[in-house]
Design a protein around this ligand. Structure first.
Ligand code: PMP
Length: 354
């Protein structure tokens, strides 16, 4: 760091994104991207939008919000579009957390939450998971802070039911509850239908995973008009053109062809079931994931060793050195072909251990 950096960032530990390898990788299963490209119509719409890039985009994302509203059955005024859902979450930290109002989130969850807390000067309180890695809604009653919960949680993939989310909302009428639904489309019930009844609920979704647009950076938040207007105040105070023309066009086209996305999700869920079965047969233990990733460990090989050996064979998965996670790896569910490569290499590594 230079000698000029503000000392308010002295303790900042930036988020570490999963590796995006520059060299040839056979099988990339480390950052929960979709194995399937977007529909050709989405690519075409993005290319057509590129012809008008001399012009700024619509800062209100009017057409895109209308398209999202139609799919989600909410009013466009209840939607804010952002540069990936990370940005929506960042705005929520800016809007609803400060030195007097802490952020509250599970001890094991998406690694960006503590970073957003740090950069917004927010105290935060983490709540341990139960022994089976699940979240107990009771731990979030009267949280005295702004709650952030990924549903399903990351990296465990374990979901809360809609009733459990509602339970948390009911017990926090004066706290904002942010439900991060990055992985909701792979088998978890969305909390969006609760938005009309709870003015303290902000649901965050993304085009990155189930809609195959991680490279685009497009996400959105759904909440009461008042919450959305808070977030817009911050957006217009930082970057009103945060969603570019290409993203707007691709997002609309993606929703117009949402049946393609839904079919991709179905295929991923099928591949998940297949991978879970095969890995279980090999002695792996894992959480019951409803995400496009699984969280696994094997009694006979440490998480970091399996990660390293797979990497040598061109298969990249995600490993964390934190003590409570080190035994485990998170494996993104890819295509059937990718999963067969993973399974073959894992079987071979285990056979060499024996
Ligand atoms: N929430 C969770 C739980 C995630 O894992 C991710 C992806 N890293 C995000 C939000 C952010 O996704 P994006 O910014 O690509 O929309």
């Amino acid at each position: 760091m230079s000698r000029f950096l503000s000392n308010k960032y002295e303790t900042l530990e930036p988020y570490t994104p999963g590796e995006q390898p520059k060299t040839q990788v056979l099988t990339k299963l480390n950052t929960n991207e979709s194995p399937y490209p977007p529909a050709p119509e989405v690519v075409k719409a993005a290319a057509e939008a590129a012809a008008s890039l001399q012009l700024y985009p619509d800062p209100d994302c009017t057409e895109l919000r209308k398209a999202i509203a139609a799919v989600q059955n909410v009013d466009p005024a209840e939607i804010i579009c952002n540069n990936g859902s990370d940005e929506t979450i960042y705005f929520a930290f800016m809007a609803y957390c400060d030195s007097g109002r802490p952020a509250v989130f599970p001890k094991i969850t998406y690694g960006f939450y503590p970073v957003f807390a740090e950069i917004t000067g927010t105290e935060y309180r983490t709540i341990p998971l139960k022994d089976d890695f699940s979240i107990d809604p009771k731990d979030y009653y009267d949280a005295e802070g702004t709650i952030f919960i990924a549903n399903p949680n990351a990296p465990t993939g374990i979901p809360l039911s809609l009733d459990q989310i509602e339970d948390i909302l009911k017990h926090n009428p004066d706290n904002v509850v942010v439900i991060d639904e990055a992985y909701v489309d792979f088998g978890t019930e969305s909390a969006v239908p609760l938005v009309s009844r709870y003015d303290n609920l902000l649901v965050v979704q993304t085009f990155s995973k189930s809609r195959s647009l991680a490279g685009m950076r497009l996400g959105y938040g759904i909440g009461s008009r008042d919450l959305i207007s808070d977030l817009n105040a911050l957006r217009f105070s930082t970057n009103p053109y945060n969603v570019d023309r290409i993203a707007i066009a691709a997002g609309i086209a993606s929703l117009e062809h949402d049946e393609v996305n839904r079919e991709h999700c179905r295929m991923i869920m099928k591949n998940r079931k297949y991978t879970v079965e095969k890995l279980s047969e090999m002695g792996f233990e894992m959480t019951d994931s409803t995400a496009n990733f699984i969280f696994v460990r094997h009694p006979e090989i440490h998480g970091s060793e399996l990660f390293g050996k797979l990497r040598e064979r061109g298969v990249i998965i995600r490993h964390w050195d934190k003590p409570e996670l080190a035994d485990y790896n998170r494996i993104t569910i890819g295509s059937r072909e990718q999963m067969d490569i993973l399974l073959r290499e894992v079987a071979d590594i285990l056979a060499q251990q024996a």
